[in-house]
Design a protein around this ligand. Structure first.
Ligand code: NAP
Ligand code: MG
Length: 497
């Protein structure tokens, strides 16, 4: 793979990536920069503008103007739909380049970046393009005395602040921009400090697609400065955040100022249940993919595996075998099946959970160590003799580390589901069984926003996605996701004034 050209510097190769504010590319007001590194080597590969409160102010002002004046609010839903569709086409046209950039910045396998991150981003835009023309209020049958015309109006909320993490940078950015724009909002995006490359390239494609200036603004920078400024900003009507529960809780407190509408898509510690009547080969494959894909840096990763005792050895050894065979390598190499963790800090965090588990009596069935050499690679890891009280089992690790548990015949579904629900999180859960009654009963008992039966995570934009408990607030995707960027007004007209 030849190294892709970096974005954000038309005609000026080697220049730092800039901010997109009001349709123009500019340096941070302070002139500050942040280093962008390749997690496969630790080398600095680019610099990006480190925006702060001043740049967020400018971006929010631009988004406000674009929301209230100019072409955007005057645009018909069908015109907005065409713009979103046009952006999807541009993503398709630049798919190889975007995948190469995503791989450069995250180290993830290039084929995954191409098939998953980039392809789904284009699909996400097409799905949401359809919603532009389908959002509406409705008339209501009221029982007021007299003769009335009563109806609801669904209107865009205004300026949306969008804060995203580094694990799947492009789909996260698109996944928030698309519903915001479909609803008629304007947006300020704050990418993760570690992964600004595809966000900035996306900004260039947004300009090329013909979105009016200020409709999408992109401010790279730190969470504690740019992110916090966006959260605190009284000019932001809605904040949609994906990231850690700790930051989500902080955002909740900060957003109290102007009672911003909030969507919080936070962490998870998702259980996977495999019953003996399941297709065990498929279930084992999916269990391995569910924790090792993207090096486990997935909010919905299946990080707690519960297997019936009669097939426990077979399934858990099967996952461990797959872990041993998985080729861990820089994502630009064709053989790569798992890339590095995103940073030295993240790898230290993940390894500390493994070490903590061992100290508390867990065994390492396979993996458990950093790979020697450059970059932040580690072995895909399967742990045995894990207990529900271990930090390894209770906390989100966000790495390729699986905890495993056996369950017995005597266990009622209530008890088993309770073991799955014994977590502060409630994002996803999967159940592998051919017994339909058992599948439905488990789906009812599990406290998780997203349940899969005989399937791993199956992202589909028609399906609402989000969490219960500490996994967050609200749902993304589907009608609910777009509507979360709208406000509902009710209008009652007395027809006999
Ligand atoms: P994070 O700090 O929550 O980052 C998510 C986003 O929020 C980033 O853009 C971040 O900026 C920004 N941010 C940080 N502090 C902020 C603040 N005070 N106000 C506004 N925005 C702020 O997550 P992380 O540090 O990247 O990862 C830590 C852990 O979070 C992971 O180990 C994992 O457990 C969890 N996580 C979950 C998801 C998910 O999909 N649910 C995704 C990523 C991480 P910076 O990039 O500058 O920090
Ligand atoms: Mg952070």
């Amino acid at each position: 793979m030849t190294r892709p050209a970096l974005p954000g510097q038309p005609g000026q190769p080697g220049q730092p990536l800039r901010l997109l504010i009001d349709g123009a590319w500019q340096a941070a007001a302070s002139g500050a920069l942040l280093d962008v590194t390749d997690p496969c080597t630790g080398d600095v590969i680019a610099q990006a503008a480190a925006g702060d409160a001043a740049d967020i102010d400018a971006a929010v002002d631009a988004a406000r103007r674009a929301f209230e004046r100019g072409p955007w609010p005057a645009m018909k839903p069908a015109q907005r739909a065409r713009l979103l569709w046009r952006l999807a086409e541009l993503i398709d046209q630049h798919a190889d380049e975007l995948a190469a950039l995503e791989t450069l910045n995250t180290g993830k396998p290039l084929k995954m970046a191409r098939m998953f991150d980039v392809a789904l981003s284009a699909e996400c835009l097409r799905y949401h393009a359809g919603w532009c023309t389908k959002l509406s209020g409705e008339t209501r049958a009221t029982s007021l005395p007299g003769e009335w015309h009563t109806y609801t109006l669904r209107e865009p909320l205004g300026v949306a602040g969008l804060i995203v993490p580094w694990n799947v940078p492009l789909p996260m950015a698109v996944g928030k921009i698309a519903p915001a724009l479909a609803a008629g909002c304007t947006a300020v995006l704050k990418p993760a400090e570690l992964t600004p490359l595809t966000a900035v390239r996306l900004g260039e494609l947004i300009v090329e697609a013909g979105f009016p200036p200020g409709v999408v603004n992109i401010v790279t920078g730190l969470g504690t400065t740019a992110g916090q400024a966006l959260v605190d900003h009284p000019g932001v009507d809605k904040l949609s955040f994906t990231g850690s529960t700790a930051v989500g809780q902080r955002i909740l407190a900060s957003a109290a100022g102007n009672l911003k509408r909030l969507s919080l898509e936070l962490g998870g510690k998702s259980p996977v249940f495999i019953f003996p009547d399941a297709d065990l080969e498929r279930a084992t494959d999916a269990a391995a993919r569910g924790i090792f894909a993207n090096a486990g840096q997935v909010c919905a990763a299946g990080s707690r595996l519960f297997v019936h005792e009669s097939v426990f050895e077979r399934v858990v050894q099967g996952v461990a075998d797959r872990a041993r065979r998985l080729r861990v390598a820089p994502g630009h190499l064709p053989e790569s099946e798992m890339g590095p963790l995103i940073s030295q800090r993240q790898r230290e965090r993940v390894l500390a959970y493994v070490a903590g588990g061992i100290a508390e009596g867990a065994d390492v069935l396979t993996g458990g160590a950093a790979l020697p050499g450059a970059g932040y690679f580690m072995q895909p890891t399967v742990m045995a003799r894990t207990r529900a009280d271990m930090a390894l089992v209770r906390e989100e690790i966000f790495g390729p580390v699986l905890s495993t548990f056996a369950f017995g015949d005597e266990e009622e579904l209530d008890t088993l589901a309770a073991r799955g629900n014994d977590t502060a999180y409630g994002l996803s859960a999967s159940v592998w069984t051919r017994d339909l009654s058992r599948a439905h009963r488990m789906a009812r008992r599990l406290k998780a926003g997203n349940i899969r039966v005989n399937a791993a995570v199956a992202p589909d934009f028609a399906m609402p996605f989000g969490g219960m408990k500490l996994s967050g607030w609200g749902r993304e995707n589907g009608r609910e996701g777009v509507e979360s960027f709208t406000e509902l007004k009710s209008v009652a007209i007395d027809l006999n004034p």
